[in-house]
Design a protein around this ligand. Sequence first.
Ligand SMILES: O=C(O)CCC(=O)C(=O)O
Ligand SMILES: [Fe+2]
Length: 200
Amino acid sequence: MRRKVEERKKVEKKLKETNVAGAHTDYGCVTLLFQKPGESGLQLYAPTLTPTPSSKSSTTSTTADSTTTTTDKPKSKWQDVPYIPASPTYAKQGMAPPLVVNIGDQLSYWTNGLLKSTLHRVRFPQELIASGKDRYSIVFFAHPDDDSVLEPVPCKLVDEYGKGDGNGRGAAFDLVKFGKSITAREHLDRRLAQTYGWKY
Ligand SMILES: O=C(O)CCC(=O)C(=O)O
Ligand SMILES: [Fe+2]
């Protein structure tokens, strides 16, 4: 009996330590994330800010936590997004801490991939597991109206980026391919179909 209880506890602990939200990008334009003090947990899959030693060869290694590729490019790995408190001046006035702003797929599409939607996930923070507390966050997903037409954002940088190599999935590419721009609703349906394997 005792062994059973211990095993159950082990399973529960493992469950809690796994992702609360698996790796994904958000579908909309921007996401605003409101966090509570000490309740971090958001992680980004992004190039590290520290320089990577240069190497001619390219090797890939996968662990439970990250897939890293050693090339001349900066390495991407899962990184914690720290909770940043309000500055003392603002905190004194009872103001909220800074928001985390994530770029979503629609903004990425709209800018021909110049702005990147961030691959992220949520882990249950160790400190909260230890203290038996819950984690709360408020997430605001900003989407354009369904009938907004996702024409490439009229901007020189976006225009030039759309002509570059390997960016063939943005608004400029589709405009050339289909002869018209898609709406925000069509873009959302496309992303939902990719996620859930829907067929039209
Ligand atoms: O709770 C968080 O920190 C983020 C949640 C999230 O990524 C989402 O709901 O899309
Ligand atoms: Fe998200």
